[in-house]
Design a protein around this ligand. Structure first.
Ligand SMILES: Nc1ncnc2c1ncn2[C@@H]1O[C@H](COP(=O)(O)OP(=O)(O)OP(=O)(O)O)[C@@H](O)[C@H]1O
Ligand SMILES: [Mg+2]
Length: 234
């Protein structure tokens, strides 16, 4: 569903930040993407979402090339950035309705919003302006905006940052359910315990190259993911 083939990317000429990345995220996969600060996680995620261009390689979303048909890809893809930047003059309701309008959703949005906002415990604040929200509240609205659409591929950049323990626990359940229903999620995180418990697949990136990737069981064996990570991923 998300196929990344030999992607190379540099911000400055001659300095490659992604050095030939290949990964495959299949339907049903809950895929953790881990690596040190500055390793290239956000850069790859932004390439997958069509925000950054890249010099070499190919990224397919549900079989469609992000470079050739970005709009078709974006219909099947929902992305939550590491620092959601939303129109601060809109209310939570206004923002979610805007997203639903853009993606052509009808009245079914009402029941979905009710359910998702109840699960993330933000229903009482939907009428407030986003400028009045805390970081965690913004994160919840951005996540609802991703889950409410009928996207096949969800891409999250550090989705647990800023969420309280109740919301984190609920988000983990929502992610698991989404993948159990045939979707797939690719997300970056520094919380290795969460990745280890939640995900069936994992990739470790180091200085722009994948040093390990595969099923969680194959990568960590009898060790913890933290032990494997701290040992350099090999
Ligand atoms: N807009 C940019 N212009 C130039 N260099 C950038 C830009 N964004 C990122 N970089 C560089 O690319 C490299 C990878 O950064 P990236 O943000 O992808 O890392 P990351 O793995 O997401 O790190 P973190 O865990 O801190 O979020 C770093 O060396 C960073 O300095
Ligand atoms: Mg990042």
């Amino acid at each position: 569903m998300l196929n990344i083939n030999n992607v190379h990317k540099s911000y400055k000429k001659g300095v490659e930040v992604l050095r030939g990345i290949s990964l495959n995220v299949e339907a049903g996969d809950l895929f953790a993407f881990v690596g040190q600060n500055g390793a290239g996680k956000t850069t790859l995620i932004k390439c997958c979402c069509g925000i950054h261009d890249f010099e070499q390689g190919e990224i397919l979303i549900d079989g469609v090339d992000i470079k050739k048909e970005p709009m078709r890809c974006k219909k099947n893809l929902a992305y939550v950035p590491d620092n959601p930047d939303m129109y601060s003059f809109l209310t939570g309701y206004g923002y979610i309705n805007f997203i639903c309008d853009v993606y052509g959703m009808g009245d079914e949005r009402k029941a979905r919003l009710e359910e998702l906002s109840r699960r993330l415990d933000i229903q009482k604040s939907l009428g407030l302006k986003i400028s009045e929200y805390s970081h965690g509240m913004k994160q919840k609205i951005a996540l609802i905006g991703a889950f409410i659409r009928n996207a096949k591929v969800l891409i999250f950049d550090e989705p647990f940052v800023g969420l309280d323990p109740f919301a984190s626990s609920e988000l983990k359940k929502m992610m698991r359910e989404f993948c159990d229903n045939g979707g797939c999620i690719f997300f970056s995180t520094h919380v290795l315990e969460v990745a280890e418990k939640l995900c069936n697949k994992v990739a470790i990136i180091k200085a722009g190259q994948i040093v390990a990737s595969g099923t969680m069981q194959d990568i960590k064996g009898d060790k913890s993911l933290e032990e494997v990570f701290l040992a350099g991923g090999e």
